[in-house]
Design a protein around this ligand. Structure first.
Ligand code: UT7
Length: 333
């Protein structure tokens, strides 16, 4: 069975930079608080007159295809991870397919939030191994900005999230390189600790109709930040060690850890726990905030562009987020 290899990677973020200072003019927050608690200095927000999730994803996908040396028309399956699809349904996979002119191929949508990209990678890996598909396009991306409560009431989430998309091309490996293993977990007991309730089907008919909704706060992200934080630091560490053990590898073998960009303090905690030097962990949350399913492919793409991922490197991806879900992947590049 051939393993699955990432042969091309790209990302796209909107042009508009939103600094902590700009957010401070909209709500009671400040640059010092945001940097101290999250490490975020700025994030990107879309221009709703020209950016959509599908077109950002298409831009990232074209870069990934070019770097994989394939034509976009060679893509034979799409997997799209996002929790902010263009429409409530259908998912953004079909919109990306339309945008890229890939009529007829399958498009699968994944809703596992911050872990979404690794869940998607894991599915793509199985299809490659079984020989079902040969050029899978996997995308993770979000438009969070237009859903944020940009007032003081929403400040615990509004300062964290940003927009952007990343994409990879997954192909059968011709040598020993590729995805070594993926590890997926979930614990639905914590579903409501980080969620958006509406427009969900949990409501009875008379509460589900938009004209009857008086309180729209249930359309915004609800997050129990400290609870998420506490679980994240434990599960990130566990799932990375699980991947290492599965492959008989040690933490010293990791050449680059790319954690989901949730909070710089979480990344720093992990770095300390795994005793990784600065050049073995990649963070770009400072520039983009938390782009949920987009964060890992955007970070991986930037790390690759900066020459921080080289052939034969052992790259570890890890994520934790809404669900709760958490996941890891080890890749021999
Ligand atoms: O993507 C995966 C999912 N997300 C995460 O992994 C996020 C995990 N959690 C976190 O990153 C952190 O919990 C936060 C960054 C969200 C919050 O940091 P914290 O250190 O846990 O702060 P806190 O929520 O305990 O709030 C501390 C104080 C509170 O004031 P009082 O009650 O102490 O007076 C908040 O009201 O900070 C206040 N606060 C703010 N102050 C200024 C909350 N948000 C802000 C803000 N600006 N934006």
């Amino acid at each position: 069975m051939k393993s699955a290899k990432i042969t091309g990677i790209g990302h796209h973020v909107p042009e508009r930079i939103v600094t902590n200072e700009e957010l401070s003019t909209m709500m009671d927050t400040n640059n010092e608080w945001i940097i101290e608690r999250t490490g975020i200095e700025e994030r990107r927000f879309i221009d709703p007159s020209k950016d959509t999730l599908a077109n950002m994803a298409a831009k990232a996908s074209k870069i990934a295809a070019e770097r994989a040396n394939i034509n976009i028309s060679d893509v034979d399956f799409i997997i799209f991870a996002t929790i902010t699809p263009d429409y409530f349904f259908p998912g953004s996979g079909v919109l990306l397919q339309r945008e890229l002119g890939l009529e007829g191929i399958g498009a699968l949508d994944i809703r596992n939030a911050c872990s979404g990209f690794i869940y998607a990678l894991s599915i793509g890996e199985q299809y490659i191994k079984t020989g079902t598909y040969k050029n899978i396009l996997i995308v993770g991306g979000e438009i969070q900005s237009t859903a944020l409560d940009l007032t003081t009431r929403g400040r615990n989430t509004a300062v964290i999230f940003g927009d952007g998309a990343g994409a990879v091309i997954l192909q059968p490996s011709t040598d020993q390189s590729g995805v070594l293993s993926t590890h997926l977990h979930a614990d639905g007991r914590y579903a409501e600790e980080l969620y958006v309730k509406d427009p969900g089907s949990s409501r009875p008919h008379d509460e589900r109709q938009p004209e009857q909704i008086l309180d729209t706060s249930t359309y915004k992200v609800h997050m129990n930040g400290s609870m998420v934080f506490k679980h994240a630091i434990v599960k990130f560490n566990e799932v990375i060690n699980e991947a290492l053990e599965k492959n008989n590898l040690k933490k010293e073998d990791i050449d680059l850890l790319i954690p989901h960009q949730a909070n710089l303090r979480i990344s720093q905690f992990l770095q300390q726990k795994l005793e990784l030097p600065d050049d073995k962990i990649f963070n770009n949350i400072m520039k983009y905030g938390n782009t949920t399913a987009g964060s890992i492919p955007i970070a991986m793409s930037e790390a690759w562009q900066q020459g921080k991922i080289k052939e034969n490197d052992l790259v570890c991806l890890a994520a934790f987020g809404s669900g709760f879900t958490w996941a890891s992947a080890l890749i021999k590049w």
